[in-house]
Design a protein around this ligand. Structure first.
Ligand SMILES: [Zn+2]
Length: 370
């Protein structure tokens, strides 16, 4: 799709402004008035992106447009059900998931996607409340949900389930399936500075991580080969089909200013705490281990709703390892020994995720024999 930005005057801008207005971020367009993407519109887009955990660039591309569409649905606006081929997605689905979760039904996490787990949780709820368990969330189920007191909610049942699954998985890496996802690929090099290409660097790093995971007994699968470049939906679908335990996405960052530098790690999360608790923990471990073993600036961990993090059903993190556009970071990235150190840090983070708290050795301590 076209990317809308400051100055755009396409007919779609009216729709974008209308959606922002509905969310209370912008004044409603007056009938007949030409709709243009002005400063106020850009500010509203930035605010929206910030609120939704998207990359904040003030432009409306596919991801921001998708989020605008999703944000326009409120619980009760439409009948919800499990459409296998093309699941319903929206804030109304997320609201339903949160209610079911609060009532004790296992929807997985509140990702706003009406999938198989939401379907079975809804049917269970319907059975428990004497409704027809048809998996369709229409007026009758809506009434039942509304009648139930909100007083019973508390804690984060989704988080507890995720921690329990982690505990059940056991401490050993052997037998675990980890998907290693080198960003970009054929036809999309990512950031390029001179002869350095992000796609090549992350592929090399991915191979180092896979080698270590395999040596530790884990099943490590890459999402792409050297000359492949599946889209984000295919990468996530691959991880889901493999029923993977973890998903590690690898990127190198870049910026218009050569002064930006450092490492950051991202996990699936939203401002209302509906994200992945284990993803957040893994992001912290990866970030801390990388920072402890390298001299990259610590840019922290952050919750994002990027597609790769949201569509993957297992805990997922995205590592942005340094800025290729920063000469000092680039000098490090080009060294194989540095990439080895990063791979080691990632392996240690994955191992630490599965260790019980009392056995966790602390950041920078664990050494995994070759
Ligand atoms: Zn990238």
């Amino acid at each position: 799709m076209e990317i809308f930005r400051l100055g755009s005057a396409a007919p779609a801008v009216r729709d974008i402004r209308g959606r922002l207005a509905k969310l209370g971020l912008l004044e409603a367009p007056r009938p007949g008035e030409p709709a243009c993407y002005d400063d106020a519109c850009e500010r509203a887009v930035r605010t929206f992106q910030q609120q939704r955990g998207l990359s904040v660039d003030g432009r409306v591309g596919p991801e921001t447009y998708r989020a605008l569409e999703e944000a326009s649905w409120q619980l009760g606006d439409r009948v919800l059900h499990y459409a296998v081929a093309r699941p319903l997605v929206g804030d109304d689905v997320a609201a339903l998931q949160r209610r079911l979760l609060d009532l004790g039904f296992d929807v997985g996490r509140c990702d706003g996607i009406f999938g198989a787990r939401t379907d079975s949780a809804l049917r269970e709820f319907q059975t428990n409340w004497g409704l027809n368990p048809d998996g369709t969330f229409g007026p009758a189920s809506m009434r039942a949900v509304r009648q139930l007191s909100r007083a019973v909610v508390g804690g984060k049942p989704g988080h507890l389930r995720e921690h329990e699954a982690l505990h059940q998985a056991g401490r050993r890496l052997s037998g675990k399936t980890v998907i290693v996802d080198p960003g970009h690929g054929a036809g999309d090099a990512g950031w390029v500075v001179g002869s350095l290409r992000e796609a090549d660097l992350v592929l090399d790093l991915a191979q180092r991580i896979e080698g270590r995971l395999a040596a530790a007994g884990a099943n490590a699968f890459p999402t792409r080969s050297a000359d492949g470049n599946p889209d984000v939906h295919d990468r996530a679908a691959f991880a889901n089909a493999a029923d993977a335990d973890l998903f590690l996405s690898l990127h190198v960052d870049g910026a218009p200013s050569p002064r930006c530098h450092g490492v950051a790690t991202y996990y699936f999360g939203t401002t209302d705490d509906a994200g992945s608790a284990v993803g957040e923990r893994l992001a912290e471990l990866v970030q801390n281990e990388v920072v402890a073993r390298t001299d990259l600036l610590d840019c922290g961990t952050h919750a994002k709703t990027w597609e790769a993090l949201r569509l993957t059903r297992m805990p997922a993190v995205r590592l942005e390892i340094g800025y290729l556009t920063n000469p000092s970071d680039a000098t490090r990235l080009v060294q194989p020994a540095f990439r080895d150190t990063v791979a080691e840090a990632v392996l240690v983070a994955v191992q630490r995720l599965y260790l019980p708290a009392e056995e966790d050795p602390g950041t920078g301590q664990l050494r995994i024999p070759a």
